[in-house]
Design a protein around this ligand. Structure first.
Ligand SMILES: [Zn+2]
Length: 335
């Protein structure tokens, strides 16, 4: 922990849904100028860790004193909100790559080695830090061990156990949990999302506020979730030949395609397995209601078998293989 001399006053809440305890802790750290040099923000994908990390970075970089932090009005805050600030560097796996490479880490090390451009801090946010290769983690180690006094590093991870012990032992761990349904509902209500649309978002992105926000702000995204369910209903009714034809028509079937297909399928079929136990069988979203009606007579054992097949394919995809073949196998095994 570092003690700095400058003090800032804590005011209104950060514009983040949920995570009150974590935000309180970070705000307190900024207030008392007693933040750690390195943090691990651990939690499930899309639960809001990056949003909190951005606010934390902005609070550290904000140039106004004795105000709510971040103030949201100073030049630094405005720059952070628009496009990012030269004193805040974000690392993430590059497109088409699932790992953060050592060259990216070297860029971060060079960034940390030079003094802040504007204020008195520099912040490095590493998204998907569990995608750092062991070599990249080792390269980062020295900077994590003895960072310059002005540097704060936040590693955002889903699987903290994938980080080397030498890395985790130098970071303060903040565990993030999924957002409650009540919190997400109030967020969606304020964005005028209808109840049937909320059912889709809760089903596919429950607890993952980041993903919900992306869907809310992307034209057609919520409608696409409904279309996905309609497509599953059509596939259930189709013959094997028609299903294979559908796969042929899918265009580019790659890792991102399969990840999306599997995530949506897993959520939908997981609901199909637990729907009776949930005791909540009333859904107003038309496609969702139709899907549940379609699978109502399907034996629970069959639904569960397809669910575990989906999980199994996800495991095998990690080893890298023929995506189209996996998709064909999946649709052929729909009951
Ligand atoms: Zn500011």
């Amino acid at each position: 922990m570092v003690k700095q001399t400058d003090k800032k006053v804590i005011g209104a809440s950060w514009p983040v849904v949920g995570h009150a305890a974590q935000i309180k802790q970070l705000r307190q750290a900024v207030k008392e100028s007693a933040w750690a040099h390195a943090y691990i923000f651990a939690g499930s994908e899309g639960c809001g860790r990056y949003l909190v990390a951005r606010q934390f970075a902005q609070a550290l970089l904000c140039t106004r004193e004795n105000e709510d932090i971040p103030c949201g009005r100073c030049a630094t805050c405005l720059q952070m909100q628009r496009s990012g600030h030269p004193d805040c560097l974000t690392l993430s796996p590059q497109e088409e790559s699932e790992v953060i490479k050592i060259t990216q880490v070297r860029e971060a090390i060079a960034f940390c080695a030079t003094r802040p451009y504007g204020g008195s801090h520099k912040v490095v946010l590493v998204r998907d830090a569990d995608a750092l290769t062991p070599e990249a983690q080792n390269a980062f180690l020295k900077t994590l061990e003895e960072p310059p006094a002005y540097v704060v590093i936040v590693l955002i991870v889903t699987h903290p156990e994938r980080l080397l012990e030498t890395i985790t032992s130098r970071c303060q761990l903040l565990q993030f949990h999924g957002i409650s349904e009540a919190d997400t509902c109030s967020y969606l209500d304020t964005h005028n999302i209808s109840k049937p649309e909320q059912e889709l978002l809760q089903l596919f992105y429950g607890g993952q506020i980041g993903r919900m926000m992306t869907a809310v702000s992307t034209a057609g995204a919520i409608a696409n979730l409904g279309s996905f369910i309609e497509q599953q209903i059509r596939l259930l009714a189709a013959s094997s030949a028609e299903r294979l034809l559908w796969v042929q028509d899918q265009g580019k079937i790659d890792m991102p395609y399969m990840n999306t297909f599997l995530s949506l399928s897993e959520a939908l079929w997981s609901l199909s397995v637990k729907i009776e136990a949930l005791g909540r069988t009333m859904y107003t979203q038309p496609a969702l209601a139709a899907f549940l009606e379609t699978i109502r007579t399907m034996p629970l054992k069959e639904r569960a078998a397809y669910s575990s097949r989906l999980a199994d394919v996800r495991l095998r995809l990690k080893a890298g293989s023929n995506y189209q073949l996996h998709l064909e196998n999946l649709v052929l095994h729909l009951s």
